[in-house]
Ligand binder design. Structure first.
Ligand SMILES: NC(=O)c1ccc[n+]([C@@H]2O[C@H](COP(=O)([O-])OP(=O)(O)OC[C@H]3O[C@@H](n4cnc5c(N)ncnc54)[C@H](O)[C@@H]3O)[C@@H](O)[C@H]2O)c1
Length: 311
């Protein structure tokens, strides 16, 4: 069994995630072929890649003089057949729509040679369902990158009951090769691991505001200056061992019945969306935003992530 993957990657969908993932592979000397249904997506993707490579170079990750060479390794096509030609690994980054992804995987399955791996970057949709119309289901796998993909190390690798061990091993080896931190997700469940954890926290955060227990400011401060401060180095399960599983049990026996457990989105969240209070998009969400504050928030995040990566 070979776990090696060749040097051409095809990215299907050249938006935010597709362009970000293309950057990673092109920077590691892979040839990257972008595919999209919209011609204008390609110029935006290239502009994104340039801006992000320059930002990284300013922080000592990569070299400013190599930006043009990296971009030269990225080609684009409006023809799916052409984009996937000779690609050993395909990553689908099209919109989060089950039917669209099912049809794409059916087409990819018929166009690509038998040993090409077909991966999807879906955020939460079942990989098994996405693969439903593909004939060779053993080569379909989930590779869930996080935004921005060139700065966040984690990639969740999700196997279905049909994914072969060889495809799983090849995917892991490829992600190792490009310097990512792949993790194994053994069951294809909605939200995989990261988004289940993240949205359990967001549900409680929104509920605390809704019930008037604390303001949105206080909720975010409790995380940023409290347990969130140590999260990059201490995950909850190691933390549970540290304080003792007996203490964790005692806390859960008392607290769990008081924590939000609604299977529906919060009515407060629904009301905000109905009223057009969409966060950054409308400059009003849990907080009010000026255009400058919005930009400052995005910049602060990127600077923080770059500092973490370069330290
Ligand atoms: N945005 C995030 O934070 C994030 C994080 C992780 C995973 N994801 C997932 O990644 C995928 C892409 O998300 P995004 O944020 O990059 O979206 P996006 O809207 O920025 O990009 C999607 C691109 O797909 C193109 N497209 C539309 N129909 C297509 C088709 N039939 N074939 C190929 N391309 C098509 C669009 O023109 C667009 O350029 C989604 O499944 C999303 O859930 C997103």
């Amino acid at each position: 069994m070979t776990t090696a993957v060749g040097k051409k990657i095809a990215i299907i969908g050249s938006g935010l995630m597709g362009s970000g993932i293309a950057l990673i592979f092109a920077q590691k000397n892979f040839q990257v072929a972008l595919y999209d249904t919209q011609e204008e997506a390609f110029s935006q993707a290239k502009a994104n890649i340039r801006t992000n490579l320059e930002l990284m170079a300013q922080h000592g990750i990569g070299d400013q003089r190599e930006v043009d060479y990296v971009l030269d390794r990225v080609s684009s096509s409006l023809e799916l057949r052409k984009a996937v030609q000779d690609a050993n690994f395909v990553i689908e980054c099209a919109p989060e729509n089950l039917e669209l992804k099912q049809n794409l995987f059916q087409e990819l399955d018929s166009l690509c040679p038998r040993d090409t791996v077909l991966a999807t970057n879906t955020s939460v949709i079942s990989i098994t369902e996405i693969a439903q119309k593909a004939h060779f289901k053993d080569r379909v796998i989930g590779t869930h990158f996080w935004n921005p993909p060139f700065l966040i190390p984690l990639v969740e690798v999700i196997r279905t009951e049909n994914t072969s061990e060889e495809v799983f091993a090849k995917t892991f080896s490829l992600l190792d090769q490009i310097g990512k931190h792949p993790v194994r997700v053994n069951k294809d469940v909605p939200g995989f691991v990261g988004n289940r954890l993240q949205h359990a926290l967001w549900r409680e955060a929104i509920s605390i505001v809704e019930r008037g227990i604390a303001t949105a400011d206080t909720v975010d401060e409790c995380i940023r200056y409290g347990f969130g401060f140590r999260l990059p180095t201490l995950g909850p399960l190691e933390n549970s061992d540290m304080v003792g599983t007996d203490l964790t049990l005692a806390i859960h026996q008392y607290i769990l019945k008081h924590i939000e457990n609604s299977p529906e989105p919060s009515p407060l969240l629904q009301k905000m969306v109905d009223q057009g209070s969409l966060g950054f998009k409308s400059c009003q969400g849990f907080f009010e935003w000026t255009l400058e504050e919005r930009e400052a928030s995005k910049k602060r995040l990127n600077q923080y992530l770059l500092k973490q990566l370069s330290s």
